[in-house]
Design a protein around this ligand. Sequence first.
Ligand code: ARG
Length: 459
Amino acid sequence: MKLWEGRFDAPTAKNADLFNDSLPFDRQLWAVDIMASIAHATMLGNCGIISESESRAICTALNDISADIESGKLEIRGAEDIHSFVENELVSRIGDTGKKLHTARSRNDQVATDFRLYVRAAFDSLTESLVWLVQSLTDCAKYALKYIMPGYTHLRKAQPMCAGHFFAAYAEMFMRDLDRVASSRARANVMPLGSGALAGTSYPIDRDITCRLLEFDRPCENSLDGVSDRDFVAEYLFDASLIMAHLSRLCEDIILYSTEEFGYFEISDAYSTGSSIMPQKKNPDIPELMRGKTGRVYGHLMALLTTIKAIPLAYNKDLQEDKEGFFDAERQVINSLNIMAEMLPAIELKTKKMSKAAESEFCCATDVADYLAKKGVPFRTAHGVTGKIVRWCIENRRTLQNMTAEEYASFDEHFAPDITEVVKARACADARTSYGGASEACVKENIKSLKKRLAKYSK
Ligand code: ARG
């Protein structure tokens, strides 16, 4: 039965129903729909809009429906949307009393409330998965403290760093995501229920009661905005998109570093796949697929932003399009976060190759220039002298590490015998002790701070 068929003479066309119905996807909202209806019915009873016994009968029946859906006894089907389904079921169980549930309510404030409850819980699961990932990255950073690797700019070897710095950098990104999700959740936690179709209601409702029962921070202040606001969905999708961007960058680094050409990481067999034709292959399909899913999540954000951009106030059916993309984005981002958190500790660090790479290709050249500058040579001049040394090394097939102190001194009188120690990769990394720098000591501090900030979000 349609909730609105009284005004109509003829039934809707079959294809119109198929096009219009949202039950195939909004069925996921059944639990929050029932939760919000119980709060609404309780409030109606408390305010004397329906009798206390009617309110109790409605709540009991709604709880029974919930239990029956949960156990699989009641199948969700045969209605336009989840709101109609629950209400039809209620009426079929308790008759006319059930028909009073929708007093002082519209599906417009109902769906806005249901979806907020759902998205609010989704923010909480996002937090949980992010905590796990930051934890996992922090553990990797701690493990990698003892090792050296080259840092890159322009994907060219740049300067040696403590390998923990790499993992802690990603932990910082997801830490920002945690903060962002917390502030989005706080903005989302405002209750549209009581906004009615668009203009509120003439019944003496008490929105503070429903607000308390549903654990919202406050009722929305404008009913017109309340029924049409989907900013909370857009914020979730943006947060999810940025998380995917961070995951995708991490995937890209993992894929690169696990190539034969780099050879710093070995992804565990448990997270790799083979080729149907090339027997030698071990492919990084999991990080590749995750990188690929990023586009899909961005797409859902763009779709929603486009959907809401020209909607006149207040509710319009376009808003039904807020759900499918969200559900998919939620699934993709949670799965991606969880699999990344479990895959990371299974990555083997090829520490010999990493530290060798940190000394190759003149990774320590900045430290040669800094050595001279610290002895009073203007940095620009020191940079020029070091450039000449690098050129000489290339022409003579030498490295900064196998040059003798005398050879250094032939380029500039300020070079003393200790220069041969200064150009070791580990010494270069450990010299970077500025706050937030790549030395082991700094990375240790970074990890300590990450753990402290993470504790705020861990249960
Ligand atoms: N299925 C609709 C949605 O998801 C529920 C609200 C319908 N309200 C209306 N006036 N048609 O947005």
